[in-house]
Design a protein around this ligand. Structure first.
Ligand SMILES: C[S@@+](CC[C@H](N)C(=O)[O-])C[C@H]1O[C@@H](n2cnc3c(N)ncnc32)[C@H](O)[C@@H]1O
Length: 277
């Protein structure tokens, strides 16, 4: 019997109020920043040419297209229609074969036992119901299938700046406090999440650099283009937005690793789930 402090049992899906449409703005810059993480995930997933790989929350297709380059049969799935179009165009440009479908982690448009590998590069971490998502991953996987996902470790300057922005917006609109997000980075939480589907989980740590000309340039680019910020920006005044922007710049400036230019490093995990026994 698990206690209520258990992260899987005690997790409650948050209200969907801030769920952004990732088609808005220009997610492409972030996709370029995340590409090294997609490469790490695909290295761990190691899809073979005979295998069907499903990329959940594929965005513009970073991981899906890397798997297609390895010759795997690939399906990328995302709720954001514009990002799927970008992924399709990129597949054509690189002369790769991959299907891109509209869908959501807890409702994949795929048959039972039709995939060998499910990957998700910072995608399923946005699903409102982690249990439903993993149940769905288990449904579409063949019996010996594997799951590889990446998730941020919630520490460091990018995490602090993101949290400050979220809290600033919540405060500005007088929104009720929301429960903390599911701890996708935690080996213990993942163990509990996957155990009921008879998967065991290994967690490997990696780092990813975020860079720009300056902390201000980094924040301004995000504030003008990133779908998550644009979804919140519409809810607050110019004055409130300026105060939140200043806080984010201050956090990132203080953590800058470079004398000339801007770079900060975030830690994340790659979790590999395989059938136990
Ligand atoms: C940070 S982006 C990562 C995109 C891509 N994997 C990459 O590496 O660039 C998060 C992606 O998750 C998608 N997403 C958001 N909620 C989702 C959900 N409930 N199920 C599946 N994907 C979701 C978004 O549309 C977006 O494309």
């Amino acid at each position: 019997m698990k206690s209520e402090s258990d992260p899987v049992k005690s997790f409650r899906a948050p209200p969907r109020r801030f769920s952004p449409d990732w088609s808005d703005g220009k997610y492409e810059r972030t996709a370029a920043t995340l590409l090294p993480a997609a490469q790490e995930v695909i290295t761990v997933a190691a899809p073979q040419p005979s295998e069907h790989l499903v990329d959940v929350g594929c965005g513009t297709g970073n991981a899906a297209l890397l798997a297609a380059e390895r010759g795997a049969s690939v399906t990328g799935i995302d709720p954001a229609a514009r990002l799927l179009e970008v992924a399709e165009q990129e597949a054509r440009r690189r002369e790769l074969t991959a299907s891109f479908l509209r869908g959501e982690a807890s409702s994949l448009p795929l048959a039972d036992a039709s995939a060998d590998v499910v990957v998700s590069v910072f995608g399923v971490i946005f699903a409102p119901d982690p249990k439903a998502a993993i149940e769905e991953f288990a449904r579409v996987l063949r019996p010996a299938g594997r799951i590889v996902l990446s998730a941020w470790i919630p520490e460091g300057p990018i995490s602090a700046a993101t949290r400050a922005v979220r809290e600033g917006v919540m405060h500005a609109i007088d929104a009720p406090a929301t429960p903390p997000p599911f701890p996708w980075h935690s080996q213990a939480a993942l163990h509990d999440l996957f155990a009921s589907h008879n998967f065991e989980v290994e967690v490997h740590e990696r780092t990813l650099a975020f860079s720009a000309a300056s902390a201000t340039a980094y924040v301004d680019d995000d504030f003008q283009n990133h779908p998550m910020w644009l979804a919140s920006r519409a809810l607050i005044s110019d004055e409130q937005a300026q105060a939140i922007r200043a806080t984010a710049i201050e956090i990132l400036d203080e953590a800058n690793e470079l004398d000339d230019g801007f770079q900060v490093t975030s830690r994340y995990v790659i979790a590999l789930a395989t059938p136990s026994g």
